[in-house]
Ligand binder design. Structure first.
Ligand code: CTP
Length: 413
């Protein structure tokens, strides 16, 4: 007995080295009780054969839009209809672009355009392609349409580059299929979705940044990303379209959220700018204020001259940059103030300096355990000087309450 007993999955296999993992995915889905029917793009067939997909799925694999046998037999409209969910793995940058643009030049994209079933995509591509604003824009469109996303994971890639772009593992994808089917309907039309932030685009930064010293060392801080990720999750649960721009964290992606992964403050600023416009922007990340002034391609070696001098230069202030924008400033800009002394006084000064509308201030001295912990005690400080102090709460609860406040404060869309 499997968690997917009696369900039918249409698996669209895209081109890319990760296509071989899609074969393993067929096995994993079948082990959980699903029946799997495969569509392979032309690119996919460079890496795996329709025969292999057919052998593993126990059903004929489909490849051509104008396959006369197919059209007489099942046809693309039936392929798009006769399943419970569609999974695209690997989803290449090109597949995402086609889906987002509604282009349908081949069987896979035609099926994706014709289907009304829940769709899950497992992106896999080169790091630069993943981080490209065009790909992130396409992804934001797709999640806005209710498409669910799993991964990509951060790790070493085929081209020996490291970063986000590796397809999620087959078991992670199978878990995401279970979650998708448990929801029963595409995200955008889920009846149980909150409506507090429906129709709004909320952008959240979360986690630390890593500032490289050389290829193997970096400057960082103790931020876990828990509070920022919890806000993203709570906003998605409240019906918002959410873009989460995250530094390196070990947390799972919140469901129904578009996640852009970055490492440095400068990458975070670029990702935030690419993700605009937004109705609400929440800057929960612990951005490194400084980065090493120089970065060499070679590892710094120990030498007789002693430790190297570490000259630092200032990073862009992402919150202040966005809050002071003349054009395209999100109507509601929220900052965090992580302080270890005089929390409220420092936060008040920060709200003026940064130009945001609201500051969520917290005490992050080591004794509070807030950095990396699961609980948080925050004060909400408004531009008008208003102050509201909440008791110590779980970070999830802080997130839910904050989302409710944002819904009250944000101008109507
Ligand atoms: N922030 C940012 N970009 C930076 C530094 C901070 O976007 N380069 C944002 C944080 O996400 C947070 C707010 O600014 O919302 C305040 O961050 P904090 O570290 O408390 O303030 P700093 O500006 O770094 O001031 P200081 O370190 O002097 O307290």
């Amino acid at each position: 007995m499997g968690a997917l007993d009696g369900t039918r999955v249409l698996l669209v296999i895209g081109g890319g080295i990760a296509a071989y993992k899609a074969l393993d995915l067929i096995r994993r889905l079948r082990e959980r009780g699903a029946s799997v029917r495969c569509v392979l793009t032309k690119g996919a067939q460079e890496f795996v054969t329709p025969l292999a997909a057919a052998a593993l799925s126990g059903q004929r694999a489909h490849t051509d839009l104008f396959d006369r046998a197919d059209e007489a037999d099942i046809g693309h409209i039936r392929l798009a209809r006769d399943a419970d969910a569609v999974v695209v793995a690997p989803a290449t940058a090109n597949t995402l672009a086609r889906m987002a643009g509604g282009h349908a030049p081949d069987l896979a994209s035609t099926v994706l355009l014709a289907t009304t079933l829940p769709i899950l995509i497992a992106p896999a591509m080169n790091v630069r392609m993943w981080l490209h604003p065009a790909t992130q824009r396409n992804l934001a469109l797709l999640t806005g349409d209710g498409v669910a996303v799993v991964g990509p994971n951060v790790g070493r890639m085929a081209e020996a580059e490291t970063g986000p772009g590796r397809m999620a593992e087959p078991d992670e994808i199978a878990d995401a299929v279970e979650a998708l089917l448990a929801r029963g309907a595409p995200l955008a039309s889920r009846p149980d979705r909150g409506t507090l932030l429906a129709g709004r685009h909320l952008l959240v930064t979360s986690g630390p940044t890593h500032e490289p010293i050389d290829p193997v060392r970096y400057l960082a801080n103790r931020s876990s990303g828990k509070q920022g990720h919890a806000i993203a999750a709570a906003a998605a649960a409240a019906g918002a379209r959410v873009t989460l721009i995250s530094g390196p964290v070990t947390l799972a992606d919140p469901p129904g959220v578009t996640v852009m992964r970055i490492e440095t403050a400068r990458e975070m600023l670029a990702a935030v700018e690419a993700a605009l416009p937004a109705d609400i922007a929440v800057f929960a990340a612990a951005v490194a204020d400084w980065r090493p002034a120089t970065f060499g391609d070679e590892k710094i070696k120990k030498g007789p001259e002693g430790p190297p001098p570490l000259a630092l230069t200032e990073n862009p202030d992402i919150l202040a940059t966005i809050a002071h924008r003349q054009q395209g400033r999100p109507p509601l800009v929220v900052g965090f103030a992580a302080e270890t002394t005089d929390v409220i006084a420092h936060a008040r000064a920060k709200i003026a300096r940064k130009g945001c509308d609201l500051i969520v201030a917290n005490d992050v001295s080591a004794a509070t355990g807030v950095m990396g912990g699961d609980r948080n005690a925050v004060h909400l400080i408004g531009r008008d000087g208003s102050l509201e102090s909440w008791p110590t709460l779980a970070k999830d609860e802080v997130a839910r309450r904050l989302v409710a406040r944002l819904a009250e404060l944000a101008p109507s869309p």
